[in-house]
Design a binder for this molecule. Structure first.
Ligand code: SF4
Ligand code: SF4
Length: 169
């Protein structure tokens, strides 16, 4: 049986966003409209995640085997728009994702994307083929990002420390 982690529970419900967890009456409107819940036949379930968070069932939320429990959310905000109790679902899920990152459990495709942004200043680095296509279409050149400035921001905000370092050969 899962145990209640009171520190984790308090950490959530004592914040302005997290306290909206307590408004939830488990109507399941969120999971009925969630596109991820629909395509995964309920494997991902925002209502369940709100409940386990409210109850402080930390071991049901974190751990690499539970990764999809948190990271399945695509932050489309559909659930937020329909929740009759104004529970801040996506903001709460962001708190959980941040904890997951702190625990070193974020899926590799997220951290590698962060690494690309750190190194290139953008999620999709400019490529010759993109530049050629833009020229063919008569589109203006895209200005290069100020990578130094972006790196400085990511270092100052400690995000850089959370990107796993690639092992050098
Ligand atoms: S829609 Fe809102 S009140 Fe209903 S289960 Fe989801 S979070 Fe709870
Ligand atoms: S924000 Fe996340 S939980 Fe809410 S409907 Fe979209 S995918 Fe589902």
């Amino acid at each position: 049986m899962a145990t209640i982690d009171f520190d984790f529970r308090n950490q959530l419900i004592q914040s302005d966003i997290g306290k909206t967890l307590t408004y939830c009456y488990q109507c399941a409107t969120c999971s009925s409209v969630c596109p991820v819940s629909q395509v995964t036949n309920g494997r991902y379930n925002p209502r369940r995640l709100i409940l386990t968070s409210l109850l402080g069932l930390k071991e049901k939320i974190f751990g690499s085997e539970n990764s999809f429990e948190i990271w399945g959310c695509t932050v489309c905000d559909t659930c937020d728009e329909v929740c009759p109790q104004k529970v801040e679902l996506t903001e709460i899920f962001t708190i959980l994702k941040n904890i997951s990152i702190e625990r070193g459990e974020a899926p590799e495709h997220y951290t590698s994307q962060a690494s690309v942004i750190f190194e290139n200043g953008k999620a999709i680095p400019m490529q010759t083929s993109i530049e050629r296509r833009r020229t063919q279409l008569g589109l203006p050149k895209i200005l290069a990002p100020d990578i130094k400035e972006i790196k400085k921001l990511l270092i100052e905000t400690n995000l850089e420390k959370k990107i796993p370092k690639k092992e050098t050969e």
